[in-house]
Design a protein. Structure first.
Length: 102
């Protein structure tokens, strides 16, 4: 199973985006939520879902959308099932790793 990933440095953070291939380019709407799965945000290339999840270790912010990648992240313990937002039935999850320095 392949997913699209994009990895970029934003200030002191490393942003990783992951989306299931069939989600790229879609717009999800539910209530007041309008969620664009934009090509320029998510498409940095295709990798296996396992490779994408391995990239979480070195990322400080992770944004993922799609049943396959979110369920796999839950199964590996990266995301708590109750932290998943569903938009038009499609799972979306975010991970933010906080670090404090003195």
């Amino acid at each position: 199973m392949e997913v699209y990933v994009n990895l970029k440095k934003v200030g002191r953070n490393v942003l990783l985006t992951i989306c299931d291939c069939e989600m790229l380019g879609r717009t999800l709407k539910e209530g007041k939520i309008v969620f664009h799965v934009k090509n320029e945000f998510y498409n940095g290339g295709k990798v296996s879902v396992d490779e994408a999840l391995d990239m979480i270790e070195n990322s400080t912010i992770v944004n993922m959308v799609g049943k396959n990648c979110v369920e796999k992240a839950i199964s590996k313990g990266y995301v708590h099932p109750e932290a998943v937002l569903h938009i038009e039935g499609v799972p979306h999850a975010q991970i933010v790793k906080l670090s404090f320095s003195s």
